[in-house]
Design a protein around this ligand. Sequence first.
Ligand code: DO4
Ligand code: MG
Length: 285
Amino acid sequence: MELCRFLTSQRETHVGLLTGENQVLDLSDAGVNNLTFLLETENPSQQIEALSQRNLARFSLNQIQLISPIERQEVWAAGVTYLRSKNARMEESNFSANAYDRVYSAQRPEIFFKSLSEKVVGPGEPVGIRKDAQWNVPEPELALVINSQGIIVGYTIGNDMSSRDIEGENLLYLPQAKTYHRSCALGPCIEVGSTEKVARTWTITLRIYRGGKIVFEGQTTVNRIKRSFEELVSYLYRSQTFPHGAVLLTGTGIVPGNDFTLLPDDKVRIEVNGIGVLENTVITV
Ligand code: DO4
Ligand code: MG
């Protein structure tokens, strides 16, 4: 079940359910104006299933605009959870190579703050590359959607945009490499009702287009994530509170070769076969 947020032609924000026929069932027609409220209920799948049986307004996708599927959730990110990420980062940084090597097998995972919800970019909106960075990449990641109790209630697609030269120069620059204007995209919807076992069968595919042609293509599977989702969430929620819930990006397993950098106007297309497609164009910020 794919929960989404969208703008109507009157620019009103509604909560919806994507249907298989390129349509959105308007859950706000049943009085649901808040997606977090649904995710905080005892059994979100059951609630959504009951709502989907009602005779509610429907829109076709070309009548509405999908927006970022979160409300007031903070966005955090786990790092170096795939072997590919550890190796790529050890290559980009002589200075910090040892840190990546150690955190990959350490008991405590790397978790860092990524974005406030109001700064998250939704489907179709531009993502940013920093004007003071020379080496920029998208990081296509499965994102866990977690309620205030620390329970995983859904999954979405995340793009953890990153400046490799800034991170590679010194690990203490990580917040500048990771958290800047338009550095986090989420969407197009939240898949509710899938277990971790199911999510681990999903494939993540990244395609980057330049002038209509593919300039990079890569694929990985969620099952290559070294740590369990429960383990990552338990560290995120330790000595911490999230009254509106949180989103946790689970790390990247796809890193383009060291000679690749994003350019303005590139199109980044991330597909997770259990969720959908998140597509954003790159601009300099
Ligand atoms: O250690 C730096 C960031 C790691 C990261 O974002 C990832 O592995 O996806
Ligand atoms: Mg990342």
